[in-house]
Design a binder for this molecule. Sequence first.
Ligand code: PLP
Length: 426
Amino acid sequence: MEIFEQLESEVRSYCRSFPTVFAYGRGHLLQDESGRDYIDFFAGAGALNYGHNHPVLKERLLSYIADDRVTHGLDMATEAKRSFLETFQRVVLEPRGMDYKVMFPGPTGTNAVEAALKIARTVTGRTNVVAFTNAFHGMTLGSLAVTGNAGKRDGAGVTLGNVTRMPFHGYMGSELDTIDLLEQHLADSSSGIDPPAALILETVQAEGGVNVATMPWLRRLGALLKRHEILLIVDDIQVGCGRTGSFFSFEAAGLDPDIICLSKSLSGYGLPFAATLLKPELDQWEPGKHNGTFRGHNPAFVTATAALEHFWEDGELTEDVKRRGRLIRGRLQDLADIHGGVVRGRGMIQGLEFPDAELARDVSRVAFERGVVVETAGRQDEVLKILPPLTIPDEALEAGLDIIAECVDEAASAGAGRSSGPGDLT
Ligand code: PLP
């Protein structure tokens, strides 16, 4: 028995979906120990927007390490941290007219969310937070409480409270604008909702099934929260850092969040790193109130700085993401036109929802056997989630999509055989 089965906890998950031992990662390719290449349409669940081991980032990292620069420094001031902050201000905040303080929580997405929830509750003196159906915000207790999925929540072992759940865009079908529901609840002092400190939002619910909020819905939401003086937390952990085209996913909607959570692709290299951005007036932390040993990991500062300089000084990546996103969407739509199913997404996160979750899982499994790493999302894993590195060359993107198309065609005919009807994906 391999050491993984023998020694590693049953909690392991992705290695079950992609059962091989990986050895190398280069750009959009993963290679296993037998030398087999896989096109990576998963990109570290959004942590590898610039692909594996990007040469520009790698060079900066290697020279930083070779020179014995500080690797670990708690949250002490280092040259690497200064460069990151200066670059983030110059490349990301200033051009967008954004005024935020940058807080470094522990280096995971869930820690950025915990910090956001804590400060929102502390500053407002309120405990309640509004969260959406199908939301995913991480696996620690505060983040789980705002997460929707029962299979994740029931691992908590304690009551998850102080949260009011509201339907996300489209949750009640296309006829009902769920902002109406939220507005009514907030306006009515007898609705039974305790005044919330904040509302936490993903503009595209990635884990929840690639559920996309429309721009008008987001704008209405932003305005409603302002009217009711409820803080807006945008969790941009998976769909920020360029995934939808712009650096932040909410830019196209013109939202003005009070708090922004970033992680995953922020380091650009797959190194653990997270940041919680706060409007300056919310930065009411006492020193050390959200401490942690690995806050602001210096090698991550180095690669994050290199990534901002390399990819975000101009609009080229944004244009590429929009173009490649259209390409992916077109190819998925072709499949949906033939077999049924629903396509949705923004930029380079695109999903194909199958009415039968088994088909989505089959496609993911067979695609892996044929050399594509692609995951499923949604309440029953019914959505095939296409999440390649933003930098993937067009030929590789097309090649991966060809394999996916083959797998969908085959799974659909096998599924039709199983259900004995002419039925297909519809
Ligand atoms: N928030 C969102 C939107 C996510 O997609 C994730 C992870 O998938 C998290 C938070 C949690 O991040 P982490 O797994 O780094 O704790």
